[in-house]
Design a protein. Structure first.
Length: 363
């Protein structure tokens, strides 16, 4: 907690953030060097600096060479720690590998590759995404839900657990290492990744070296799925209701065809009747009905406002993808009479993820 008023700390923090961003252009890969690595005393280091000042003043005031010798020895320790701490983080390479998609309110996961080309291992590297606005909002909501007496204790526990979940401590880095970090989301749409902070206090803890990495790639957040009353319209139809020529998929229920036996196929599927009659080895194939194609239309959603309609469509897409029903999605910006811009059709969870991405990108 800062002892200075917010009227002074907020403008200063904003100015420093812009200065840090100007020195580290956005990129999906970065190498820490003299331009983007910063070093200063840690909290323990401030006490160490105070000790240096006290011993120096005491040695000068009393003319005690032993105290001055101790002071100069501590200064040499500080200078060595300054060099080692800076060299320990400088030269580290960071590359963004993947960013997942998530629903609003859930974290997206960022996969990073750390690379150390030095022969000496790097130790005690702490990595975290700097999300100022969300942390303040989250802790205020937690504090409002708790009573005044127990709120302070729970607030501290929640804060420490949140810090542990949103940061990763790499105790030893030799060569390459893959890590995953969460970034909390608020609302649907495009999410610009916050800056990644990498810091270390190795080896003595009196100096703190850190760097910021700004990624060019962004994440997409789709609406949080919301159930609606008539989701039964998008359920799999029964086998009796299937129209003639309905769609099927490979399964266990209904016999579909015979194919020549291929070495390696299960012997349980072999038609032994044909083998007994001397007609050769054939493999039996079966199929399950999956229902006729459904249309997930924005105009059919029962919700009143735009965001709720999209949330209901997200629920429908996930449900149909889970059940394996072929469907298409029609959004307000689609023109169904234009063959080139007509909604694509598909099935399964992969196609459901494609639909969720369309919902995330919708204005």
């Amino acid at each position: 907690m800062s002892i200075l008023p917010k009227a002074l700390t907020v403008p200063a923090s904003s100015l420093l953030s812009r200065w840090f961003a100007a020195r580290a252009p956005k990129s999906d890969s970065a190498t820490l060097n003299l331009r983007n690595v910063y070093i200063f005393f840690s909290r323990e280091g401030m006490l160490f600096a105070l000790l240096l000042i006290i011993t120096f003043i005491a040695g000068i005031n009393y003319g005690n060479t032993l105290v001055l010798g101790l002071c100069f020895y501590l200064i040499s320790v500080w200078l060595i720690s300054f060099h080692v701490t800076f060299a320990h983080i400088s030269g580290l390479q960071v590359r963004l590998l993947d960013v997942t998609m998530a629903e609003a309110g859930s974290p997206v996961w960022v996969t990073l590759q750390l690379r150390n080309e030095s022969r000496q291992p790097r130790r005690q590297l702490l990595l975290s995404f700097h999300q100022v606005g969300f942390e303040q909002l989250n802790f205020e909501q937690v504090a409002n839900k708790k009573s005044e007496k127990t709120g302070k204790k729970n607030h501290k526990n929640n804060k420490s657990s949140a810090d542990n979940q949103n940061s990763i401590l790499v105790t030893r880095l030799q060569g390459e290492q893959i890590i995953r970090l969460p970034v909390q989301t608020h609302s649907r749409g495009q999410l610009e990744l916050p800056r990644l902070k990498i810091k270390t206090v190795y080896p003595l803890g009196i100096m703190r070296a850190w760097s910021y990495v700004y990624f060019a790639r962004s994440a997409w957040v789709y609406p949080k799925p919301e159930k609606f009353d008539w989701q039964a319209q998008y359920a799999i139809v029964s086998q009796e209701d299937l129209p003639t020529g309905g769609q099927y998929r490979q399964g266990q229920d209904d016999f579909e065809r015979l194919d020549n036996y291929i070495e390696g196929e299960s012997l349980a599927r072999v038609s032994w009747g044909h083998v007994a009659r001397g007609q050769g080895m054939f493999t039996k194939h079966f199929a399950d009905p999956v229902g006729h194609e459904q249309t997930l239309d924005y105009a059919d959603m029962p919700a009143a406002n735009h965001e709720q309609k999209l949330a209901q469509m997200a629920y429908g897409a996930l449900k149909l993808g889970e059940l394996g029903v072929p469907f298409n999605m029609r959004l307000p910006n689609d023109t169904p009479f234009d063959n080139y811009s007509a909604p694509k059709r598909g099935e399964g969870e992969v196609f459901a993820q494609t639909c969720l991405l369309r919902l995330a990108k919708l204005p």
